[in-house]
Ligand binder design. Structure first.
Ligand code: GLC
Length: 435
């Protein structure tokens, strides 16, 4: 008994940091990871009062705005065309299986009903509607999983211990970690109790204190609470590190697992489900000037390449301040949906194929079936490094037309008779089970 008390006192005196936590995911959580993996495609939504300024979600910080002036935007925030049914239908028709929405971004404004700050969409805007409730209801109705993006850092509150950002917006700080942590923990509890099943919570902003090695976000407590309330809820943290204990997903920002991208890259790829997020133009939040949208073809290639490295693709939409998705985004969502209607079988419920990515494309795999996605091939033949005896049959995914092949000693040579054309020329290769 005495030992136990000493142990508990030690825990209280030296709270665990995330790396030290011992985490064994529950059965439900493991199941939920499987669902998540099978989904392969989700839509990210960045929406908040920053949308009104049409200059991305970092506008408060990037333009050095005054926090009190910025917060007055809330008084005019009224996304009159917001329609949860339409948002979710557009997402569903795009073939996405989940949406992840910024319920509170770095600017500290909550777009959900919360008891713990009046700086929220119900109490501080003329709109007065909890759009997260409306979205949650629609997601549950239309069978789309609901994920929440939640910022750990805050540019509005004065109790948030200042990190690298939010230093020039005119706040008079009264830093108080305990008070700030309590606030976050209360809000996260609300998110997990007021909106039905939550597929995942996606944290961001950890890096605000990356230079302070002693800073303790108390993630183990936060994570334990989340899994305690909803064991199925997966946890992601966009910290660009290898996942900490308690986290269930590894996220990649602006790049695919395995690619290196300076600031954004984690030192490796974990055994957790992977998710790579990317913008449609160059901005997460709505940008009125950025018309540089990636083509539908490029986005579909991104989705295929993500699946080829065993990762989900989380594609962002930044709705306009009136609550509509930009027309360019709608067009791309439709195009991706059309493509997935035909090729979904080669993406959903697959894993990255055993043949690694090449310049010509990637492979995905389900059981004994390998889908060869040829995205760019300059030749009418394609050599694959598989033992000939392993190949049972090879045919074109569209139309089930057999593909000629020969088996030179070192592998298999597919011969299409012409250069593979189109956005994605998919070949199905069925493997012999026991070879
Ligand atoms: C970055 C940005 C943030 C954005 C996020 C999405 O962390 O700070 O604005 O929400 O990436 O991945």
């Amino acid at each position: 008994m005495k030992k136990l008390i000493i142990f508990l006192l030690l825990i209280l005196a030296f709270p665990l940091n995330a790396q030290q936590m011992n985490y064994i995911p529950s059965k439900e959580n493991v199941k939920s990871r499987e669902f998540f993996n099978n989904h392969r495609f989700g839509i990210f939504i960045h929406f908040g009062i920053y949308s009104m300024l049409g200059n991305g979600e970092w506008v408060l910080e990037n333009q050095g705005l005054n926090r009190d002036e910025y917060s007055k935007l809330a008084g005019g925030f009224s996304p009159a065309n917001f329609n949860a049914q339409e948002w979710v239908a557009n997402i569903k028709n795009a073939g996405a299986k989940y949406l992840c929405i910024t319920v509170r971004h770095h600017d500290g404004f909550s777009i959900f009903r919360t008891k713990y700050s009046s700086y929220n969409i119900v109490d501080a805007t003329p709109f007065r509607r909890d759009i997260i409730k409306e979205l949650a209801d629609e997601c549950h109705k239309q069978g789309i999983a609901l994920h929440f993006y939640y910022s750990l850092l805050d540019w509005y509150r004065i109790d948030y211990p200042l990190g690298n950002s939010g230093r020039k917006n005119g706040r008079i700080m009264q830093e108080d970690w305990d008070s700030y942590y309590q606030f976050m923990s209360n809000q996260v509890k609300e998110l997990l109790t007021n909106y039905g099943p939550v597929g995942a919570i996606w944290f961001d902003g950890w890096w605000d204190h990356r230079n302070d090695k002693n800073f303790n976000w108390q993630l183990p407590e936060l994570y334990t609470m989340i899994h305690g309330i909803q064991p199925k809820c997966l946890i992601a943290n966009n910290h660009h590190q290898m996942p900490y204990p308690g986290e269930d997903i590894q996220t990649f920002e602006h790049h695919l697992p395995g690619e290196m991208k300076a600031f954004y890259s984690a030192p490796g790829i974990s055994d957790k489900p992977l998710e790579s997020c990317e913008t449609m133009n160059g901005s997460w939040g709505y940008s009125i000037t950025d018309k540089n949208f990636k083509s539908s073809e490029l986005l579909i290639h991104y989705l295929i390449k993500a699946a080829g490295v065993n990762s989900n693709f989380l594609l962002n939409v930044g709705p306009r301040p009136d609550g509509c998705f930009p027309d360019e985004a709608l067009q791309r969502l439709r195009d991706i949906g059309e493509w997935l209607k035909i090729y979904g079988k080669t993406i959903y419920e697959t894993k990255g194929g055993f043949i690694p990515p090449h310049n010509w494309g990637v492979t995905t795999q389900k059981g004994d079936t390998l889908y060869i996605h040829i995205l760019d091939c300059q030749d009418s033949t394609l050599f694959l490094n598989i033992k000939g005896g392993r190949v049972k049959k090879v045919y074109k995914f569209l139309g089930n037309v057999p593909v000629n092949y020969s088996c030179p000693k070192e592998g298999v040579l597919l011969n299409f008779g012409e250069k593979p054309k189109g956005l994605d020329y998919v070949v199905t290769l069925v493997l012999n089970r026991n070879k």
